[in-house]
Design a protein around this ligand. Structure first.
Ligand code: R5P
Length: 314
C-alpha cells in the first residue's frame, strides 16, 4: 500500500495550512521549530516522512525568515527520504522583481526559484503569481492556480445589474479582461504611473464607468495606494459603486487606514496572507478548498486546468 501523503504548515501560513488539511480530510503533519537564543531556528518534522509525498504550505511573506524556513523544511524533507516534496506557496514573495527593468538590479523571483530548486523542491503549487513568466523560472512543474475560481461565484452572488470590471494598471488588463469575459461585462483600465515603488504619481481612467457597479481586480494590495486611487477616480467619474477584489492582502504601511477611508462598498481578498487585524471593510474568502482539491488532483494525476473553466452564461 502506498504511504499516506502528509501536509505540513510553516509558521507564516499556519492558519491556511490547517484549513487546507481539514478540507483535504486529514490533520496537519506534526512539526516543531526550535529557536536558538541568537534568533537562529531549526524546524523539524515530528513524524516519519520516509517514502511519503510531502506538501509544505508556506507563503513567503516578510520577514525573510519565512522564505528560509520553507527552504529548510524542503531540505529537511529531502534528507528524511520523502518520496516527493511539493511546496504550496500561496503568496510567492519577490514576484514583483521578475525582470531586469533597470541596470544593476536582481531578478529576485528567479533567485527565489533557484533557491527552492537547490533545496530540493520537486513541484510548486501557487496562486495568482504577479507575473506568469515566473513559472518558467522553475525547472520543476508549477501548478499556477487562479483566485477566479474563488472570486467568480462570489461576484455572481452579488447580482450587480451594471457590473464593469476594472484594472488599476495596464499590467492587470489581461486579468480584468478575463473576468469581464467570464461575467459577460465590459471592462475599463486605469493607467498608472509610478514615481517609485509603492507610490502612484498619476492615474488616468480609460473607459466609461458612469452609473456602473465597478469591480476593480488586482493580484496584490500592498500599501493600498493603487487600488484606493483607482476607486476615487472611478467614483469621481460617476460610478454607482466600486468594489475591490484582490488575491493577496499584503497590506503594509497605512493600507488598512487607506482602505477604510476609500469609497469601496467592500474589499474582497483571500487568505493567502493572514490579516494583521480585523476590518469591517475587508471580506476574506478562503482558498483552502481549492488548494485541497489541487493536492488531491496532483496525487491522483488528474487535470487541474479544468478547475478554471467557467460557464459563461450562468
Ligand atoms: C502592481 O503591479 C501590482 O499588481 C499591485 O497593483 C501593486 O503591487 C499594489 O501596490 P500598492 O497597493 O502599494 O499600490
Amino acid at each position: 500500500m502506498a504511504a499516506r501523503p502528509v501536509i505540513f504548515g510553516g509558521r507564516a501560513t499556519q492558519h491556511l495550512a490547517e484549513k487546507i488539511a481539514e478540507s483535504y480530510g486529514q490533520p496537519l503533519g506534526k512539526m516543531v521549530v526550535t529557536e536558538f537564543s541568537d534568533g537562529e531556528f531549526q524546524p523539524s518534522f515530528e513524524e516519519n516522512i520516509r517514502g511519503r509525498d510531502v506538501f509544505i504550505v508556506q507563503s513567503t511573506i516578510p520577514p525573510l525568515e519565512n522564505h528560509f524556513e520553507l527552504l529548510m523544511l524542503i531540505d529537511a524533507a529531502r534528507r528524511a527520504s520523502a518520496k516527493r516534496i511539493i511546496a504550496v506557496i500561496p503568496y510567492f514573495g519577490f514576484a514583483r522583481q521578475d525582470r531586469k527593468d533597470k541596470p544593476r538590479v536582481s531578478i529576485a523571483s528567479k533567485l527565489m526559484a533557484n533557491l527552492l530548486m537547490a533545496a530540493g523542491v520537486q513541484r510548486v503549487i501557487t496562486i495568482d503569481l504577479h507575473a506568469d513568466q515566473i513559472q518558467g523560472f522553475f525547472d520543476v512543474p508549477v501548478d499556477h492556480l487562479f483566485a477566479s475560481s474563488v472570486f467568480i461565484p462570489y461576484m455572481r452572488s452579488l447580482n450587480l445589474p451594471n457590473a464593469v470590471m476594472a484594472s488599476p494598471d495596464t499590467g492587470g488588463t489581461r486579468r480584468a479582461a478575463a473576468y469581464a469575459k467570464i461575467l459577460d461585462t465590459g471592462f475599463v483600465i486605469c493607467y498608472k504611473q509610478r514615481s517609485k515603488p509603492n507610490e502612484v504619481a498619476r492615474m488616468e481612467l480609460i473607459g466609461d464607468v458612469s452609473g456602473k457597479d465597478v469591480i476593480v481586480v488586482d493580484d496584490i494590495i500592498d500599501t493600498g495606494g493603487s487600488i484606493t486611487k483607482a476607486a476615487q477616480l472611478i467614483m469621481d467619474r460617476g460610478a454607482a459603486s466600486v468594489r475591490a477584489f484582490s488575491t493577496h492582502p499584503v497590506l503594509s504601511g497605512q493600507a488598512y487606514e487607506k482602505l477604510e477611508s476609500a469609497p469601496f462598498t467592500e474589499v474582497v481578498v483571500t487568505d493567502t496572507i493572514p490579516l494583521r487585524k480585523e476590518s469591517s471593510r475587508i471580506h476574506v474568502l478562503s482558498t483552502a478548498p481549492l488548494f485541497a482539491e489541487v493536492i488531491h488532483r496532483v496525487l491522483k494525476t488528474k487535470s487541474i486546468s479544468s478547475l478554471f473553466q467557467f460557464d459563461h452564461h450562468t
